[in-house]
Design a protein around this ligand. Sequence first.
Ligand SMILES: [Zn+2]
Length: 107
Amino acid sequence: MYILIKCDVCPTQFKAKVKKIKVGYYKGKSVILHYLECPVCKHIHVTKWNTPAVNKWSDKVFMTEWNMRMYRKKPEVYEKYLLEYEIAKYQESKVINEVKQCLHLKI
Ligand SMILES: [Zn+2]
């Protein structure tokens, strides 16, 4: 799958194939990093931290985002999903930071 992305370090816009690399284990499960590399400055853009502890929250983020789009015209339902979305986003980044610390990754 090719993704068009703008580098946030240099002004390059590039289209690249997502690469995958196994970076270690977190809570006994392998951690697969999905990333794109800028062809100019070699900056690594992480698109996904694939490991069960993170996926649990990423799936929740995806689901609530979808529900927010579905119910964008029903404020009372939308608000409920927005709250769930924010919690899931927060938990997702918290687990990602734990994984990074655990594996001593500076990405
Ligand atoms: Zn770049």
